[in-house]
Design a protein around this ligand. Structure first.
Ligand code: HEC
Ligand code: HEC
Length: 429
């Protein structure tokens, strides 16, 4: 096997249990977990482990049938089964991906090519049993090695070029069968250590709330997962109102001609029907303006994902010479001299302090409130409207794989635009 680069791995483990000296298996409740090598999320903390001496550990890669087909939208924002959090929900019909292995490999002609192995579907659920080198009791930390070369080779060797560089784990596909045979041998206990100290809860506190904030009811449909809203910037009516005002205000640009809303037009899903948008001084944006809705489910912004929060993102167009061409300091001067803004800021933050942070938080609050969940498509999915025959054909093409091996000739869009939000499947990142 040639070396591969950037392997990304995600594993579901459900119903872990420990084997005590006495020889009976004891289940650990609430032990569904996931790990993600690309995000460096490789530690799992299990509590409520029963007292006693233990000599083996057992866990499954994959979920029970009932959990696999449960409604993904019922899981809290940071629950391991929340599809926005783990990016592993296949789509609303076929449950979760149990293990996603993606990367590049070198072909025999020297060229790099991609591979995507998605191990999923109920029959693939695999139990792993590991004997501990010494009995453990009390708090302990286990380092478990996962050997990807073994997963691809022992006992059933898989070849990207001969067997195929992609699998969606359909019935009869030999790749998931080989992965299932290889999985148990790919795990090994590396060492047992004293338990690592548990980190203190670092929930951020709300920033500068006014004395009597008016909570804003965040609206989402029941087809959408629960998003992870910023805890330090709770949605309140006063902040949304201020953000809406800023969004429509051309004073944010150098010559008071361009507002955010000039390029993000409400009638066009807060995008621009033009391919590129007019900015200040007769200039144009380099790229197409992006639609602004359901941003609460995203964790990176711009086409290339270069901004990691909305509060950072919103300050960038203000200073972009092609867009608004203004300096934040000058915007603050203009807003401070305005008849209304000092009061609006004081309603939203408890004081009239106009800073890059408060401007960012107000725009973030407004943008997070823009949700879409009742389109014709949403209505059709919940049986309240009917797609036209050509819309229905488009939907089927969109949702069908391109996998000639199993005679599937769809447009395969859903792999990158997957789930209820049409974004964020592992392949697309
Ligand atoms: C001149 C046109 C223009 C103006 C003015 C403008 N934008 Fe944008 N906006 C764009 C373009 C173009 C992109 C994509 C740019 C990129 O990817 O580099 C974008 C991207 C965004 C995104 C990212 C959305 C996502 O899903 O990742 C947000 C949020 C946003 N703009 C908010 C704002 C706000 C708030 C303002 C006002 C402070 C603003 N924009 C002003 C053109 C504009
Ligand atoms: C390999 C991943 C991948 C596949 C497959 C894919 N897309 Fe995309 N799509 C993207 C990415 C990434 C973007 C963001 C734009 C960019 O980076 O060029 C995008 C952007 C889009 C946009 C623009 C969205 C907007 O807000 O302006 C549309 C529409 C779209 N895709 C439709 C489709 C359709 C229809 C298919 C199937 C025929 C498809 N895509 C297949 C990755 C993919």
């Amino acid at each position: 096997m040639r070396p591969f680069l950037f392997p990304a791995l995600a594993i579901y483990s459900a119903s872990s249990s420990y084997r005590s000296i006495a020889g009976n298996w004891q289940a650990v409740p609430n032990s569904i977990q996931w790990i993600d090598a690309r995000k460096h999320r490789t530690q799992i903390l299990l509590d409520s482990i029963p007292e006693g001496d233990f000599k083996a550990i057992r866990f499954s890669i994959g979920l029970s049938e009932a959990v696999n087909h449960s409604d993904p939208n019922l899981y809290a924002a940071k629950h391991p089964l929340n599809p926005s959090f783990n990016n592993l929900h296949w789509n609303w019909q076929t449950g979760y991906i149990f293990l996603a292995l993606e990367g590049t490999y070198r072909q025999s002609n020297g060229q790099l090519s991609g591979y995507v192995y998605h191990f999923a579907n109920d029959p693939q659920r695999t139990t792993i049993t590991l004997t501990l080198p010494k009995n453990i009791s009390g708090n302990a930390s286990l380092d478990i090695d996962f050997d990807i070369a073994a997963l691809l080779n022992v006992p059933s060797p898989i070849s990207f070029s001969k067997d195929g560089a992609s699998t969606h784990s359909r019935e009869g596909d030999p790749i998931p069968q080989a992965l299932k045979r290889n999985l148990p041998g790919a795990f090994q206990i590396k060492r047992i250590r004293a338990a690592a100290p548990i980190r203190a809860d670092t929930r951020p506190l709300p920033i500068d709330l006014p004395d009597t904030p008016t909570p804003y009811p965040f609206k989402l449909g029941n087809r959408l997962p629960i998003p992870s809203l910023p805890l330090d910037n709770p949605l309140i009516a006063e902040r949304i109102e201020l953000g809406r005002r800023l969004f429509h205000d051309p004073q944010l640009s150098i010559d008071d001609t361009i507002a955010c809303a000039s390029c993000h037009q409400e009638d066009h899903a807060f995008s621009d029907p033009a391919r590129i948008s007019a900015g200040v001084n007769g200039q144009f944006s380099r790229r197409h303006s992006m639609p602004l809705f359901n941003l609460a489910w995203k964790d990176s912004f711009f086409w290339d994902g270069r901004a990691h929060s909305l509060r950072e993102q919103v300050l960038i167009p203000i200073e972009d010479p092609r867009e608004m061409g203004e300096s934040i300091d000058h915007v603050i001067e203009k807003l401070s001299a305005d008849a209304d803004y000092p009061t609006l800021f004081s309603n939203a933050f408890g004081s009239a302090s106009i800073t890059p942070l408060t401007i960012g938080l107000a725009l973030e609050n407004f943008l997070l409130s823009l949700t879409s969940y009742n389109s014709k498509f949403d209505q059709a999915m919940s049986g309240k409207a009917q797609l036209s025959p050509s819309e229905q054909r488009g939907f089927e093409l969109f949702m069908t794989e391109f996998e000639p091996r199993s005679r599937q000739y769809g447009a395969d869009c859903f792999h990158c635009h997957g789930g209820a939000l049409f974004h964020g499947q592992p392949l697309s990142r």
